[in-house]
Design a protein around this ligand. Sequence first.
Ligand SMILES: [Fe+2]
Length: 363
Amino acid sequence: MIHKVQPSKHATSRRSFLRKGLTVGAAGATGAGLLTNGLSLQAFAEEGSDSLTKGDVAILRFLSAAEILETDLWRQYNELGGIQDSEVPGGSGSAAYIKDMPQYIHDNTEDEMTHFTFINAYLVSKGADPVNLDKFRTLPSSKATGAQHIGRLTNLMQLTVDTSWWTRYRSRTQNPDFGDTFPQAIPGLKNGKFPAIPRHDGDLSPNDHIQAIANTAGFHFGFIEQGGTSLYPSLAQRVTNPEVLRILLSIGPTETAHFQTWHDKAGNAPALKDPTNGLVFPNLNASPFGGEDFQTNLIMPEPTIFLSRKFPVVSIIRPTETEGVAMGAAKALTDDGLFIGQSKEFFAVLHQLAEEADAARRG
Ligand SMILES: [Fe+2]
């Protein structure tokens, strides 16, 4: 109960204070794309409503930050490998890069944009502060033809991709919530720093090099979206307000829809060795890979242990342990290399958002 913000005079005055503050904030945010469909943040704030618990606000704010970061990385993919249109503007494409999934990249990007835009608008409607990470858009863009030259929040050019999600979802006997660990599908991706987008036009050849970059992206898509797939149900267990719970239960499964799609697509990544750096994408259907742990047409979650080994195995999202999940997500994204080059202040803000979300308690 100590995290609950009581609906009091204090809360009312806090809301009106925030409303005034947001009038200025909304004007400043116009150029940052925070406003959609002609609705200003101020309009949302004017609706007023019962205040949320401190914990619910913290969970929504962490999710907003995560969605802003996801949007930033997906925009970079879309500029070079997706469809550039009025829904997802920016960039002009790179014909040599990803040729076979521009619609999916576009749609995934648009989904992430709507996730943070909605969550921020909802926070404002409850008199809470939205999240804005614009001052951390300092990382360089790709110099390859097709990319915009703007500051970024995330770095897709030095990734160390954890591909254990591939084997984790194929295991019938193990679950990360029981402390189990899982082998990498693409061990090379965990042992170095690799670009997932062309860094410059020199990366567009030879063919096995640009294909390796596209393959890296393909497995990175799965890594990112399985993270969201676990994050929402993990945090939902500590939400108090039924409407906030509804938000988490409605957005979370769209991350799972993305994950399932990318899980399927990653299986099409051709086996090859990048001649420029030795990165190997093995044939996952052949020895020493192959079998249920690796076979590429097995893309739905295998049933596995859940809660206790005394229960029968069940097909589930994994992990869903709630303790420390926000900081775990921040660490996973950091270990991925996404924030290479970011400032100390960026990490301080990210860690504070994660700490506050992890401190949230239901009720
Ligand atoms: Fe999302």
